[in-house]
Structures are given as C-alpha cells and as structure tokens.
Design a protein around this ligand. Sequence first.
Ligand code: A2P
Length: 280
Amino acid sequence: MKDYMLANNISIPSIGFGTWTLDEHDICVAAVTAALESGYRHIDTAAIYKNEAFIGEALKQSSIKREDIFITTKLWNDVRGYDETIQAFETSIAKLGIDYIDLYLIHWPNPVKYRTNWKQMNAESYRAMEDLYNQGKIRAIGVSNFMEHHLDALLETCKIIPMVNQIELHPGLLQNNIVHYCRQKNILIEAYSPLGRAKLLDKLELRDIADKYNCSVAQIILRWQLQKGYLPLPRSTNAKRIKQNIQVFDFTLDDNDIAYIDNLAYDDVSSNKNPDTIEF
Ligand code: A2P
C-alpha cells in the first residue's frame, strides 16, 4: 500500500480501515484482525464508536509491531475544554492499549452541547491536542466534519494547522468547496463513507465502469478516491471484501472515467448531515 505524507512529514497509509458501527466485540475483533492480515496498516476509530477496547484487543493479538500500524481516534462531542480533552485522550489510549495515537481528531465542529460557544471550546480542546502533540503523545492532529467557517475559526487561535480533515466524500458528494480550502492549506482529506454506505454499489453507471476494468464497483470508487488524492476509509465486516478493498493499486482509471465519475449526481446517497444543525 502507498502512503500519503502529512504536512508534518509523517507518512499515513493511503487507505484506512473504517470501524464505525463495528460495536460488537466478536465482529469487531474479527474484522480488524482480517484487515491487519490482509495488509491494512491504518485503523480509524473514535470514542463514540465504542470499539476502542475491541480494536486494542485485535492489536494485541496481532504480531505486527505497534510502530507499523497507524491508529486514528477522535474526541467525541460531549467533551470540550483543555483538561477534559487530555482526560478523553488518556481514556482512549487506555482502551486501545497503546501509549501514543498516530492521529487525533475533533469529531464534529459544532456539537449540540456547545452550540453557543463552539469556537472557544474547539480552541481549548485543540490547544490540549497541540500540547499532546508537542509531548509526542500524538503524531498528528486534525479535525473531522469541519466546513470552511469552522476551520477559519480554529485557524484564528491554533498554532499548528490541522493536518487532516475527515469528511463524508464519495461520488455524488464531491464537497468541492471544503476540498479546495483544505488543498490550499495542505490539509489531507480523508473520506468516510467512501462507498456511500454501500448505496453506490448498485449504481448502473459505476457498474459499467467496473465491467470495463474487470473489478468491483467498490474497487472503482476506492481507486477514484485515491486518484483524486483523498484517503478513503472503507468499512466491511466480510474478510473477502475487506481484502478486495485494498486490491486497488494495480490499475489506473483513465482521465475520462475520473471525469465521468466526478459528474455523477445521486440524491439518495449522502447522509445529509449539516454540522451546524446536528442534534448530537
Ligand atoms: P459488509 O460489511 O457486508 O461488507 P462505507 O465504507 O461507504 O461506509 O460502506 C460500508 C458498506 O459497504 C458496508 O455495508 C459493507 O458491507 C459494504 N461493503 C464494503 N466493501 C464492500 C465491497 N467490496 N463489496 C460490497 N459491499 C461492500
């Protein structure tokens, strides 16, 4: 698997294994184990996924060295403030059974609990993350679900520009404005729900392209994500599909097909979550 380079010269495997909804012990441990055995070296979790301890178990059972696996987790919406963020970080690493995190993200910019003071509370949490970063307890820091105005606000106070913004992004949801903004600032875009939570997989237009390249629709979409310069985080509970989703480094989509996928419009795939009006 190829790597991307973050703004601070840390390399990050270009596909990560997504673990959202893997909140049952046996299913999660089996899926993460299958991912590691298939060659994934990048696992994406979050405090709210309630699976950090299960992932910790899979990591412990694996013979792969800690430093060879890139682990991301995220600060949940009910936690903001300097001390509270340090505490949440400590809880996450304890559950994961590790002593540093590769990438720590603020999960959402504007939680319902802090709707009146989200700018100030994000600034405080991010200051704690910067300190953890400077102490070597986190190798990279960033955000998730941030739109331009959320990043504008954070950039007023932060000392370290976020290295990553993880957003929902897939064919039919190109997120052009925030992608452009992040490119200007050298913030890597990570794509969650890269397959549109499986809703894209039976789209006829994508199936035609998959037939042309003799591969699956999932592989076409993941290849499109990589050629666009995004870092996709596909999820699966099935060992064969887990493996299939990283077998995307031996073919290249031609420019016409990339442009064709760029132009696909679907109104039934995006989760349509507005970070400023979410109820969590
Ligand atoms: P399953 O766990 O049964 O494999 P996303 O990553 O966009 O959130 O999409 C995840 C969904 O896509 C899951 O329902 C997963 O189901 C399905 N999925 C993941 N990879 C594949 C694949 N290669 N082929 C078909 N379905 C897939």
